[in-house]
Ligand binder design. Sequence first.
Ligand SMILES: C[S@@+](CC[C@H](N)C(=O)[O-])C[C@H]1O[C@@H](n2cnc3c(N)ncnc32)[C@H](O)[C@@H]1O
Length: 192
Amino acid sequence: MEPILDWEARYHEASVPWEREGLNPAFQRWQRWLQSHSGTAIVPGCGRSPELCALAQLGWRVTGVDLSETAAGFQQQQLHSAGLTGHVTACNLFDWQPAQPADLVYEQTCLCALNPDHWVAYEAQLAQWLRPGGTLLALFMQTTDPDGPPFHCGIEQMQQLFDPSRWEWHGTALRSDHPLGVYELGFRLTRR
Ligand SMILES: C[S@@+](CC[C@H](N)C(=O)[O-])C[C@H]1O[C@@H](n2cnc3c(N)ncnc32)[C@H](O)[C@@H]1O
C-alpha cells in the first residue's frame, strides 16, 4: 500500500507541522493507567514524537514502526541516549508483523496520515498485532478540512471501523489540542 506523502522528504525539509513540543496531553492523562500496566507496546507511525521514549520510561517494551529512516533513526538515538531499550523499525507498517502479539498499541496521528482507502486494512493490522485483551490507545484526529492528511477521523466512522464486536470502547473521549489548529479525541479500546 503506497503512502500518500513522501514522509522522508518532509523530515528532510523540516516540514513537520504535526510535531508538538512535549507529550500529547491525552498521553499524560493516560499516564496512571500506563504506569499500572506493563508489557509490550507498538507505536505505528511513531515519527519523532516523545511518547515512544515515554512508554519505555514507564517500563513498556516498545517497538516503533515508521516509513521514514530519519524518524526511525531519531527514535533509536533518543532511546539510546536515555539508556532505554526498544526497537525501531523503518518500514511500511502494512508489511510488518510483530514476533508476538503485543499488549498495547499507541496510535497517534498515524491513521489520519494514511489514505482512508487503507483504513480497513490498518484496523485489521492493529487487531492482528494485539493479543485478545490487549489495549489500543487511539487519538482520532478531528478536522473540518475535507482534504488530508490529516484526514478527519469522525467518531461515528471510527465506531464502524473499530467495530464494537471486535473492540470494546471504554469511557469518554479525552480532547487534545493539536499544533495544526485542530484537535484529537483520545479513546481506550480493548481488543476482544
Ligand atoms: C503525521 S506523522 C505523525 C508522527 C507521530 N506519530 C507524531 O505524533 O508526531 C505520520 C507518521 O506516520 C508515518 N507513516 C505514514 N504512513 C506510514 C506507513 N504506511 N507505514 C509506516 N509509517 C507510516 C510517517 O512517516 C510519519 O512519521
